[in-house]
Design a protein around this ligand. Structure first.
Ligand code: COA
Length: 149
């Protein structure tokens, strides 16, 4: 079978597979309820999944408030990393956010997450400030990054 990759908006039926990506990617994974709330109760939230042959292998999300887009999460399943899919997913998110009216995009990333920072820099993000002790598992600081869309 030929490989097919599809980007589309996340739906409730994707939550199980998104949770797999989430648990394989973060030390403080979001819960099922958190994703459910994002989909149904947060009018600012937009979530996109990346499917490989109908299986969700990555996802990302953003809150769009007026003209500012705040990225909540970006993750790719470990076995699919290093294939430019995170790059493609972020570019898709930037495109969608722009279409929905955002003019800037911001995000926080762990100061030690050099892979993510390298990806964001490649996409034009610049360093903003630090949020001290932002992550509750190890009190790590967050680096704020931003880009004009
Ligand atoms: C961050 C993440 C989404 C990147 O996805 P990916 O598909 O592996 O990344 P890509 O293959 O698209 O690579 C894009 C860029 O990321 C950086 N990158 C990716 N893998 C890297 C590695 N092993 N070492 C250093 N930089 C790396 C590079 O800048 C790369 O660009 P290049 O290939 O031109 O050098 C993925 O590593 C992930 O899910 N990590 C766990 C969750 C996470 O940390 N999310 C970000 C939270 S802020």
């Amino acid at each position: 079978m030929e490989d097919s990759y599809v980007f589309r908006y996340m739906r409730e039926k994707d939550i199980d597979q998104v949770l797999e990506v989430e648990h394989a990617s973060f030390t403080l994974p979001w819960t099922r309820e958190a994703f459910y709330n994002e989909l149904y109760n947060n009018k600012f939230a937009v979530y996109i999944v990346l499917e490989h042959n109908k299986r969700v292998i990555g996802y990302c999300g953003v809150w769009i408030v007026v003209d500012e887009a705040h990225v909540t999460n970006v993750a790719i399943l470990p076995e699919f990393r290093g294939k430019k899919l995170g790059d493609a997913l972020m570019r898709k998110l930037m495109e969608v956010a722009q279409e929905l009216g955002a003019r800037t995009m911001t995000l926080e990333t762990r100061v030690t997450n050099e892979i993510a920072q390298s990806l964001y820099r490649k996409l034009g993000f610049q360093n903003g400030g630090l949020r001290k002790n932002y992550y509750s598992d190890n009190q790590e600081d967050a680096l704020v990054m931003w880009v004009n869309l």
